[in-house]
Design a protein around this ligand. Structure first.
Ligand code: FHN
Length: 531
């Protein structure tokens, strides 16, 4: 999760007591921060919805991209003076409080002679990824490109001595993969005046942040936006100490790449084009906002030699599907070594994802979010057409009796088949929805996709939650209108008791207390009858 988000997220898993009812309409209210500052130089502020859709089209169709965190931190790779340093690899300088001059010495061992940008791009493509975002400069201030305003870059400070972004840009161009640059605009631990979460630890870091923005960040952003051909994305990060004035020095530069997509991490009140949940998948998508979950395959972004906590291919594929089913993109990270190699476990996982994508990629690309609130056996993605829709049913949990219930679906089904072999499937319309008759075994243990072609506008009856045998009703976050935030640390809170005297529809509102004006993430609400 983004560090700057941590400050204002609170997590609640609420329990609410009620006294018997028939149906309940849930309205969850999730509040944002008090009004943000008006940003003035957003070049797309007069864009019509159609212009915006056209600008965002490739990104929305892509659904899957590669994040690359690469820099001098790959040399210590998590170890400093013989000690393993806690935390993510690219933060070793900050976590280990390594003095600037000492950290800079690691650059002498940064010699990525095995760097093969063409192979990296081919790997991304093989995995089914449509774009790459690479750290042109991370928080340690080290530039992977030849910068005119500093010697703290790959050309001047390393034995390798060559710009790393140029050949990557060429390979992306050659293979038709879009390229984006990550740029740490505020945190810079090696240039005086750059911000540092937790504060400076070396006098060499002290200086004016305004001058740092003016003399380092602004010219470097100009460099990355003008020296590498067409750029698709500019990915800001950690807006530590970014005032609106500082953001205004950087924001207009995006005009140098007309149509470029930027994220929401510049600071100064700029919302950018995309929300960027980090290391988690929101329970639902973001209403009226494009979004992209960025995630590591192990527990670090930058290479750490001893981080072997790799996610399984099953988890990664299901994450991609989950995200697509909520209308978002998945930006999956690799952290290459100081020699320029993507770690083998990452390569293997990307190749396995690629094998799945070869068969099922069309159920991900160009799809939009699921029309169902929740499917007990998996996820759904869809494509809408003038006369109907294609529903891709992603079956994670294969039904033992072979009957797949698509709850609430009322449409006439034109075709039902297994995506992998086009085998037609029998269907029947039942009062609870459409039932698809599946073969005994899934074709893919991770996710077998069933395609339903339906006629007419989608007609899906909302299946409302019902009481269980004990009379309890479980309301999940997926059923709410919107939800965001980190879904890893919840606590259960007993809220209150109330009497519902009349049967019928009731409205339940949950709001944060005014004096603690923060967003609340609600995972589920249980209504229990009072005995
Ligand atoms: O501090 C960084 C971190 O190193 C990494 O780059 C991630 C990627 O989204 N962003 C920041 C934390 O939010």
């Amino acid at each position: 999760m983004a560090l700057f988000e941590q400050a204002y997220c609170r997590h609640v898993d609420s329990t609410f007591r009620a006294a018997g009812f028939l149906r309940l309409l849930l309205l969850l209210i999730i509040c944002g921060l008090p009004g943000t500052i008006e940003a003035s130089s957003w070049p797309y502020q007069d864009e019509t919805p159609a212009q915006r859709d056209a600008r965002m089209a490739w990104w929305r169709q892509a659904r899957f991209g590669m994040f690359i965190h690469w820099g001098v931190y790959a040399v210590p790779a998590g170890t400093y003076k013989g000690k393993r340093i806690n935390g993510i690899g690219e933060w070793i300088m900050n976590q280990g409080k390594i003095p600037v001059a000492e950290y800079k010495r690691f650059a002498k061992q940064f010699n990525p002679v095995k760097y093969d940008p063409d192979a990296w791009v081919r790997l991304a493509k093989e995995a089914g990824m449509k774009y790459i975002v690479i750290t042109s400069k991370h928080h340690d201030g080290f530039a992977l490109f030849d910068s005119n305003v500093t010697d703290w870059d790959v050309v001047d400070a390393t034995p390798y001595g060559k710009d790393l972004l140029k050949p990557l840009a060429e390979a992306c161009q050659k293979h038709g993969v879009k390229l984006g640059f990550y740029y740490s605009q505020a945190q810079d631990w090696c240039h005086p005046g750059g911000a540092a979460v937790g504060g400076h630890w070396d006098n060499a870091q002290d200086g004016s942040m305004d001058e740092y923005i003016q003399n380092i960040a602004v010219p470097q952003v100009k460099e990355i936006l003008t020296h590498y051909g067409d750029l698709a994305v500019l990915w800001w990060d950690t807006p530590q100490n970014m005032t609106v004035e500082r953001a205004n020095m950087l924001q207009p530069l995006i005009n140098l790449q007309p149509g470029i997509i930027t994220n929401n991490r510049l600071g100064g009140g700029y919302q950018g084009d995309t929300e960027t949940p980090e290391q988690h998948i929101p329970a639902t998508g973001y209403k009226d906002r494009d979004w992209e979950t960025c995630m590591t395959m192990n527990d670090t972004w930058g290479f750490k030699s001893y981080d072997n906590n790799w996610k399984s291919t099953e988890t990664l594929i299901r994450n991609l599907v989950d995200i697509a089913s909520k209308g978002g993109n998945y930006l999956l990270n690799v952290g290459p070594t100081a020699e320029g190699e993507i770690p083998q476990p990452s390569i293997e996982r990307l190749q396995e994802i690629g094998r799945w994508m070869k068969v099922y990629g069309n159920s991900i690309y160009e799809t939009t979010a699921s029309p169902f609130t929740r499917l007990p056996w998996g996820r759904c993605t869809k494509k809408m057409f003038i006369n109907g829709a294609t529903l891709y049913l992603h079956v994670f949990d294969w039904p033992q009796d072979g009957k797949l219930l698509v709850p609430g679906l009322k449409n006439q089904i034109q075709q039902a088949y297994l995506m992998a072999n086009l085998k037609t499937l029998k269907i029947s319309s039942e009062p609870q929805g459409v039932v698809v008759q599946l073969p005994k075994q899934p074709l893919d243990e991770i996710d077998t996709v069933v395609v339903l072609k339906v006629a007419g506008p989608l007609d899906i009856e909302k299946v409302l939650p019902t009481q269980d045998a004990k009379g309890a009703v479980l309301l999940l976050a997926e059923m709410a209108d919107t939800s965001t935030g980190d879904y890893s640390q919840f606590k259960t809170v007993t809220l209150d008791q109330t009497k519902l005297l009349d049967p019928g529809e009731h409205k339940l509102q949950i709001k944060p207390r005014k004096e603690r004006w923060q967003p609340v993430n609600v995972r589920s609400i249980t209504l229990e009858p009072v005995q």
